[in-house]
Design a protein around this ligand. Structure first.
Ligand code: BTN
Length: 229
């Protein structure tokens, strides 16, 4: 996987999306790491705080023979790669369905994953991942976000993290472990729909297609709800 490092950029996600638009025919995987982003993008149109000291990157991965029916395995692969990387640096992490990474019940990493399809196959995936490492957490996020620096009481070397991330996203395909590292399974959770209505239920299972099954038998997709602990 070809790598690009940059100190400051509006958003690595915009960069990689432009790269794919222009160079799709080459089918060459690329990853870009930025030291800081001035317009980091989050899920559901939100912004993503991207101060210096964190790890911010986006990549495109072209697939061959990857069936659409298995598409949630991509989310499992990337989530587990980040969990594994954090463990390698001494940080216990869990996955908050579908692909947020949490430590001590606070968010340490967020992910955007976009798949492009070609018939029954997944053609390529664009993913953007931000991890709180040595960066300060803005005051307004302190109740819900955490960094490795706060957990470990020391700074980590970003270059070493970049190395392990590239290795783990390309090699760690133990999809079965995703449920073992789930933050939500077995827990009582608050489900908030797009109109702001709240319900309490218990997270029971993550289905092979990536939907969340609740104890009440209700089945949720990640797009239609947000979950609070
Ligand atoms: C979320 O949890 O809301 C998703 C956050 C994704 C942030 C990453 S940081 C690297 C890449 N570039 C962006 O602008 N966003 C993603």
């Amino acid at each position: 996987m070809k790598r690009v490092y940059i100190d400051r950029i509006p958003s690595t996600q915009d960069f990689i999306e432009d790269y794919v638009k222009e160079c799709k025919k080459k089918r060459e995987d690329l990853i870009i790491f930025a030291e800081e982003q001035t317009r980091g993008r989050g899920t559901k149109g939100r912004s993503f705080s991207s101060l210096k000291g964190g790890v911010y990157f986006s990549f495109v991965m072209f697939h061959s023979n990857f069936r659409v029916k298995d598409v949630f395995n991509i989310t499992k692969q990337f989530s587990m790669a980040i969990v594994k990387t954090l463990y390698e640096f001494g940080v216990d992490a869990k996955i908050k369905w579908p692909n947020d990474i949490y430590c001590q019940d606070k968010k340490i990493c967020g992910m955007l994953i976009k798949n492009a399809f070609d018939g029954d196959y997944v053609d390529y995936t664009i993913a953007g991942i931000g991890i709180n490492i040595n960066n300060p957490i803005p005051d307004e996020l302190k109740d819900i976000a955490i960094s490795t620096k706060e957990i470990l009481g020391k700074e980590l070397e970003l270059d070493k993290i970049y190395e392990r991330i590239v290795h783990n996203i390309n090699s760690w395909k133990h999809y079965g472990l995703y449920a073992d590292y789930s933050l939500l399974l077995g827990r009582t959770i608050k489900i908030i729909d797009q109109k702001g209505n709240e319900e309490i239920d218990v997270a029971e299972a993550i289905l092979p297609d990536g939907r969340l099954k609740l104890k009440s038998n209700r089945i949720l997709t990640a797009e239609e709800v947000s979950i609070k602990l």
